[in-house]
Design a protein around this ligand. Structure first.
Ligand code: ADP
Ligand code: MG
Ligand code: ZN
Length: 479
């Protein structure tokens, strides 16, 4: 057992899904030829003036409301000064002392327990360009298409206590961004990026230890691995009597370790000051209310409603509200078949397994919600047996047909007609006089044998409940 407690805070940059950049009209579309989505404003020419994209503000207010932040009636843009070739102006327009939103939180579930993680702040800023390093010659090129693409930075309080919690927090944050439709949250493509601040301290201590900041984390797996590595590294240093150096470290996914990049810069190194080209941003109550009206029902609310209205277990409700599309699918299915627990089981079981195996999202599901409801109705009405239903499901996915069509084509309709089953039962009993005699002498276990014979004779289509009833009746008749 280690005597230390890890403390983690995350800084997340999420690209906002606007058509145009934050301070000019250039397109944000990904994958255009280098430097074609640029203009004097995002190229940082002297004398040009930035003009704020209202949609960026709308989207950030959406996030603020979805994470219980308070929206500042007055915030400011600030210049963060540093030199790098991907930043033609020599400064990045960001927000500093007066961010647009502060003091929020989100709830994550860890080991079946709710944990509230505080959000320190959310602010808006512009992205920088991209350096393209030539593999053959010692030169680099710069592509400024990404310069000025809108970002939202979400800073957490140092509330996370393990790599797993950091992962859960990050996933939940991404789910919200997607749910409220302001970003695509793709870590691998860089539209959702994360820096992790990690420190450790003696258990029970209230004082924060010295932290390192880890960059270059481009997948959820890497975030968790890097944090685990960093906790172990710091633990070893402290146990050996050393001290952790405050610095920025880079994660090397191939080596599975972090290495020092530079000493940690301090805020004063950036010479922040209010951007004189942009007016203070004033957001009145009406604007906030306008955005609030446009918000969909949020994930936490919807999860609680699923538990309440449909009597679903918490875990089911959690799985079904992992994305808005999945929750919509579930509720559409309910419209066609109103048994929530049975729908939940099929969606979380067969359907999610199918999507997983085919690496598809719920929007790409080969079986529509209406068609799944159709299948469940056939089971419920007794048209098909529960046993054959999974086969019908697989056929539906493969052939793109409805359950009804498949059952009709294959002749899989369950036989519930008592007369037809009785005829088969009579045949089976007549063909097995020995077993019948032994059963009547008390070997009641033979019931399974008789049921099996009837099912075999009907190719699995006989309604097992009715088969049982008829067999029981016939076998108990006195001869
Ligand atoms: P910056 O990294 O830009 O200097 P902050 O000092 O505000 O910004 O901290 C950024 C992140 O680091 C926040 O998520 C915060 O919770 C986290 N953090 C701050 N101090 C510590 C610490 N001692 N251990 C772990 N995380 C910390
Ligand atoms: Mg930082
Ligand atoms: Zn531009």
């Amino acid at each position: 057992m280690t005597p230390f407690e890890p403390v983690i805070g995350l800084e997340v940059h999420a690209q906002l899904k606007t058509d145009t950049k934050i301070f000019c009209g250039c397109s944000t579309r990904f994958g255009a030829p280098p430097n074609t989505h640029t203009c004097p404003v995002c190229l940082g020419m002297p004398g040009v003036l930035p003009m704020l994209n209202k949609k960026v503000v709308d989207y950030t207010i959406r996030m603020a409301l979805a994470t219980h932040c308070s929206v500042a009636p007055r915030s400011r843009f600030a210049r963060k000064n540093y030199f790098y070739p991907d930043l033609p102006k020599g400064y990045q327009i960001s927000q500093y002392e007066l961010p647009i939103a502060e003091h929020g939180h989100i709830e994550i579930q860890i080991d079946g327990q709710d944990r509230r993680i505080g959000l320190t702040r959310i602010h808006m800023e512009e992205d920088a360009g991209k350096l393209v390093h030539d593999p053959d010659r010692p030169i680099s090129r710069v592509d400024l298409n990404r310069t000025g693409v809108p970002l939202m930075e979400i800073v957490s309080d140092p509330d996370l206590r393990s790599a797993e919690e950091a992962g859960a927090y990050l996933r939940h944050l991404r789910a919200i961004v997607r749910w409220i439709d302001i970003g695509d949250g793709n870590m691998e493509e860089g539209s959702f990026r994360c820096d992790a601040n990690v420190s450790i301290r003696p258990k029970g201590s209230e004082v924060l230890g010295t932290r390192t900041e880890i960059k270059n984390l481009n997948s959820f797996r890497n975030v968790e691995k890097a944090i685990r590595y960093e906790i172990a590294r710091q633990t070893e240093i402290l146990l050996g009597g050393g001290a952790v150096v405050q610095e920025t470290r880079l994660w090397d996914p191939d080596k599975g370790s972090t290495f020092s990049m530079r000493g940690k810069e301090e805020a004063h190194d950036y010479r922040y000051f209010p951007d004189p080209d942009l007016l203070p941003l004033v957001i009145d109550e009406a604007w906030v209310e306008q955005v609030r009206c446009e918000l969909p029902e949020l994930p936490d609310k919807r999860r609680a409603r699923f538990v309440q209205a449909y009597r679903l277990p918490e875990t089911d409700a959690g799985v079904l509200t992992a994305s808005r599309e999945l929750a919509d699918y579930f509720e559409t299915c309910l419209k066609g078949f109103n048994q929530p627990k049975m729908v939940a089981n099929w969606v979380m079981g067969s359907l999610l397994a199918l999507l997983n195996a085919e690496d598809k999202s719920i929007e790409q599901s080969p079986i529509s919600a209406d068609d799944l409801a159709g299948l469940l109705r056939l089971i419920d009405e007794g048209t098909i047996s529960g046993k054959i239903a999974k086969t019908v499901f697989d056929e539906m996915a493969a052939a793109g047909k409805t359950a009804k069509q498949i059952v009709r084509e294959k002749g899989w309709v369950q036989v519930s007609d008592g007369g037809a089953i009785e005829a088969v039962v009579d045949q089976v009993l007549a063909a097995s006089p020995d077993e019948v005699a032994r059963y009547r002498k008390g070997q009641v276990k033979l019931m399974g044998f008789f049921v099996g014979q009837v099912m075999k004779a009907t190719k699995g289509k006989a309604n097992p409940k009715i088969v049982n009833e008829i067999l029981t009746k016939k076998l108990s008749e006195v001869h």
